[in-house]
Design a protein around this ligand. Structure first.
Ligand code: NDP
Length: 311
């Protein structure tokens, strides 16, 4: 057999908490998993700073360090960790076929998808510059660092509304920036936002530039799209909550996806519409989106893959 063609019992696609937890369990079950790390090895946690809500780290740990530990733990039990991206899959027959950008074609008896979701960003240069230094895509993860301070959040959907009310409990003042004059969020969430006294909404406005220095974010310049007027807000944190995009492009047409393109799983399991293909982490969860819940479903996927192979 050519060295570019491989047979594996369990292929894991994606290397965040879901992928590496699946790898730890699958390797301990002797499935000899191969994991393709994808575009962002370690996943979304590698672009955050401190992680204080993952159990077992009483003093906290940085996102990149934590993911390195996940990786080492998976490797300790024999997981083969590869840098590379799976670019094409064929789930129409078993073994399943996956083609990676390192030139390998993999025939896999089971596949665990853990490709996650990517936060959508405004696309500002300054937003990129202060990423992890005051710019965040997750209030639940990073809100704690801005206790007693002023912050801004952009977006008008349920995520922005929920995160704004969450931040309002921790922060002195929360500026909610929305590009239209009404929120997209559910009525119940809208009421919550509107009656929270330390949330101030800037309607018809968009962030124009994140202001800062070597210490991180110090402010946000916003522009009213109707009047053209700009205004500088003095804030230490800027949260972007304009939606997430599940990384499911290569699975379209192969697996059932929901209306937002997340992979559909059978409730209470990680089973997709194709027996033998499992999905874990944010790629199948737009609700919790936490490292610990992703890790939990990674564990479930590996146990289900093992049972599938032995049935
Ligand atoms: P949504 O797509 O619902 O909302 C995104 C928001 O960001 C919209 O208000 C949109 O504005 C705004 N936006 C998008 N792009 C830009 C941009 N480039 N510049 C400025 N603003 C922008 O995403 P969510 O993450 O809020 O929610 C995703 C799904 O998850 C929804 O179905 C939601 O209901 C659900 N959800 C449910 C929760 C719950 O039930 N507790 C909690 C969180 C999410 P505009 O309105 O003008 O389009």
């Amino acid at each position: 057999m050519s060295e570019n063609i491989e047979n594996v019992r369990c292929l894991i696609i994606g290397s965040g908490p879901a992928g590496f937890t699946a790898a730890i369990y699958a390797s301990r079950a002797d499935l000899k998993p191969v994991i393709y790390q994808g575009m962002q090895p370690g996943g979304q946690l590698t672009i955050t700073t401190d992680v204080d809500n993952f159990p077992g780290y009483p003093k906290g740990i940085t996102g990149p360090e934590m993911m390195e530990e996940f990786k080492q733990q998976a490797e300790r039990f024999g997981t083969l960790v590869r840098s590379g991206v799976v670019t094409r899959v064929d789930f129409s027959q078993r073994p399943f076929i996956a083609v990676a950008d390192d030139g390998k074609t993999i025939f896999a008896e089971t596949v665990i998808i853990a490709t996650g979701a990517s936060a959508k960003w405004m696309g500002l240069e300054s937003e990129k510059k202060f990423m992890g230094m005051g710019v965040s895509g997750c209030a639940t993860c990073d809100g704690f660092f801005y206790r007693g301070q002023d912050v801004a959040i952009v977006g008008g959907g349920d995520t922005a509304a929920e995160e704004a009310t969450y931040l309002a409990k921790l922060c002195k003042k929360v500026y909610l920036i929305h590009r239209r004059n009404e929120l997209r969020a559910s009525k119940a969430m809208q009421h919550k936002v509107l009656k929270t006294t330390n949330i101030e909404i800037f309607w018809d406005s968009i962030p124009e530039e994140v202001l800062g220095d070597s210490s991180g974010v110090t402010g946000l310049r916003i522009r009213n799209v109707k009047t053209g007027e700009s205004k500088d807000l003095s804030v230490m944190g800027f949260f972007v909550a304009i939606g997430h995009k599940p990384n499911t492009e290569i699975f379209a047409g192969q697996l059932e996806l929901d209306e937002m393109n997340y992979i559909k799983t059978k409730p209470g399991t990680t089973q997709t519409s194709v027996p033998g293909v499992f999905a874990s982490g944010d790629v199948q969860d737009h609700y919790y989106r936490q490292a610990v819940t992703a890790a939990g479903t990674g564990c479930m996927a590996a146990i289900e893959a093992e049972r599938f192979l032995s049935s």
